[in-house]
Design a protein around this ligand. Structure first.
Ligand SMILES: NC(=O)c1ccc[n+]([C@@H]2O[C@H](COP(=O)([O-])OP(=O)(O)OC[C@H]3O[C@@H](n4cnc5c(N)ncnc54)[C@H](OP(=O)(O)O)[C@@H]3O)[C@@H](O)[C@H]2O)c1
Length: 340
């Protein structure tokens, strides 16, 4: 027995990856619907060796469908996720709309799959921000061993994190640097992104933090442990896919780098690539299309008591969004729907 699954935002970066990953992992699908906005009616998307015709989210009736994986912005989510959930279809949402709602579980299956118990309160489950998802996969096994006090993280985030328009802007601007008459001004990003880096992702908050930085703080607390202090600087870089993070961790107990490396090697969802030689570390181009979160440059930080540094890379469209959503769907199927 399989499930009736809806993919909402199926023409977007994350929605397309959701369809790929549902197929790759042979998720038990009885019936599948691919939705987007009315302007995409008539287009088709691939699901394994099938093609699916796009249907209109605005008029779609979710009654009788088991789960809907939402990958549209917060506005369309606000309008349509509650009616999907009310009709009995469980929503797994990629936007930030419900992440901080105490009645909505925020899940990274390697870390807190047990939170699925709360699903029936609203029939909605939230998927975290891409930069949080890959970081907490690495933090959790280390926290279980040595208790994390504080994390200082700097991110290097690819343009696909800003959707397909973000990728187009990097591509067009790069071409425009060389082809007279094809110059493209910043639009999706606040400044030129080609051959540049931008220390702003999402809007500014009153205290000077950006919303992206605040999300990493709040989501790490909700998913791993509210006692962990996090300070973040989130930066957009001219890479198409793959987010990187330089993470500095301060523990309560001493943890040497060899033991940390062993713990991470055995942890679910992690691939350690850590050779102290030229090129002995992960970079985004090798991680695209992979499921794992790659950890490199594991080393002790002698400037603080019980400190460790590491480098963390992952495919933001996969672990940062679509893969995590499909993993949540697997947990939902195994732990909730099969026992309904
Ligand atoms: N990219 C990442 O790394 C990442 C990570 C975590 C979470 N997310 C979140 O995932 C969501 C999707 O991101 P994305 O990168 O896939 O964006 P995207 O590439 O811009 O795709 C957006 C999708 O949403 C659809 N859509 C937008 N407004 C709609 C409406 N009013 N009604 C129906 N469909 C609508 C679009 O359909 P049309 O093609 O018809 O316009 C398209 O399928 C966002 O909430 C984003 O914050 C993204």
């Amino acid at each position: 027995m399989g499930y009736k699954v809806v993919v909402v935002g199926a023409t977007g970066n994350v929605g397309r990856e959701m369809l790929n990953i549902l197929d790759e992992r042979q998720f038990p699908v009885d019936e599948i619907a691919a939705l987007a906005s009315r302007k995409s009616l008539g287009t088709e998307v691939s699901f394994g060796d099938k093609t699916l015709k796009i249907r209109d989210l605005a008029t779609f009736d979710f009654t009788g469908w088991d789960m809907a994986l939402f990958a549209v912005g917060s506005e369309a989510t606000k309008e349509h996720a509650p009616r999907a959930a009310k009709s009995g279809c469980v929503v797994i949402d990629n936007s930030s709309l419900y992440r901080y709602d105490p009645e909505v579980p925020l899940i990274v299956p390697e870390v807190n799959a047990h939170a699925i118990e709360g699903v029936r309160r609203k029939n909605i489950i939230a998927n975290p921000n891409c930069s949080t998802a890959q970081m907490v996969v690495a933090l959790k096994p280390l926290h279980d061993r040595a208790r994390i006090r504080r994390v200082v993280v700097s991110t290097y985030q690819s343009v696909s994190g800003a959707g397909k328009e973000g990728m187009d802007e990097l591509w067009d601007q790069t071409k425009g640097m060389y082809v007279p008459g094809q110059e493209r001004a910043p639009d999706k990003f606040q400044k030129q992104i080609a051959f540049n880096i931008i220390p702003q992702i999402d809007v500014f908050m009153e205290d000077g933090m950006t919303k992206e930085e605040w999300k990493m703080v709040a989501e790490t607390k909700k998913i791993v442990d509210p006692s962990i202090k996090v300070t973040a600087t989130c930066v957009r870089v001219p890479v198409f896919v793959g987010h990187c993070e330089a993470i500095n961790i301060e523990f309560e107990d001493f943890l040497d780098e060899d033991e940390a490396r062993d713990i991470l090697r055995q942890a679910p969802g992690i691939m350690v690539v850590d050779k102290r030689e030229a090129g002995g570390y992960a970079t985004p181009v090798e991680c695209v299309g992979d499921y794992a979160t790659f950890i490199s440059r594991i080393r002790e930080d002698w400037t603080i008591e019980n400190g460790l540094n590491l480098w963390c890379v992952s495919d933001n469209l996969r672990k940062g969004a679509a893969l995590n959503a499909v993993q949540i769907a697997e947990v939902l199927g195994n732990r909730v729907l099969q026992h309904a």
